[in-house]
Design a protein around this ligand. Structure first.
Ligand SMILES: [Zn+2]
Ligand SMILES: [Zn+2]
Length: 151
C-alpha cells in the first residue's frame, strides 16, 4: 500500500487512464486533480467547485464529469454516507483511517486504529493486490443519541 505519492505519480495514473479510455486530457481535469491532491478530508462536488473558483475557473459540469473519471480510475472513492450529498475522498496520500457514520444526520467522524491496520496489511489475497481500503461503522452520533433520549 502506497501512502506517499507525489502529484507527478498521481498525474501519471490519471494520464494513462485518460489515454486508455480515449478521454481528452484537458487542463481543467488536471487542475481539479491538483485541487483534490492539495486538500485533505472529505468533500462534495459543489464545495470543490466553489473552492476552485479562486484559482482555476471550471464549470460545475466539468467538476462532476472529472469526479466520475477519477472514481472510475480508482483515484477517488465515493463514501456511502447516509442521506447527505455524495462525499468524495482521494485514495492516495491519505493516512489510512476509518469512518464512523451517523445514520440519522449523516455526520462523519474519522478514526484510525493500529491493530486494524496491522491486521489488514498483514493479510494476503491470492492474485489480488489491494491499493486502499476503508471501514465504515454505522450508528448514531453523540448529538443524535442525546436527542433521541429526550423524546
Ligand atoms: Zn475519510
Ligand atoms: Zn447524528
Amino acid at each position: 500500500m502506497k501512502e506517499d505519492l507525489t502529484f507527478e505519480a498521481v498525474k501519471e495514473v490519471f494520464t494513462n487512464y485518460l489515454q486508455q479510455k480515449k478521454h481528452r486530457k484537458t487542463p481543467e481535469r488536471f487542475a481539479i486533480l491538483k485541487q483534490i491532491f492539495d486538500n485533505e478530508g472529505h468533500f462534495d462536488a459543489e464545495s470543490l467547485y466553489n473552492h476552485m473558483q479562486n484559482e482555476y475557473r471550471v464549470s460545475l459540469a466539468t467538476v462532476y464529469n472529472t469526479l466520475d473519471l477519477l472514481l472510475d480510475c480508482g483515484l477517488l472513492v465515493k463514501h456511502p454516507f447516509a442521506g447527505q450529498t455524495s462525499q468524495f475522498e482521494k485514495t492516495f496520500g491519505n493516512s489510512i483511517h476509518h469512518h464512523l457514520i451517523c445514520t440519522k444526520c449523516g455526520s462523519i467522524k474519522e478514526f484510525s486504529d493500529k491493530k486494524i491496520r496491522t491486521a489488514i496489511q498483514s493479510k494476503t489475497f491470492s492474485g489480488f493486490e489491494s491499493s486502499h481500503y476503508s471501514l465504515y461503522l454505522y450508528g448514531l452520533c453523540k448529538k443524535c443519541k442525546s436527542q433521541q433520549k429526550k423524546k
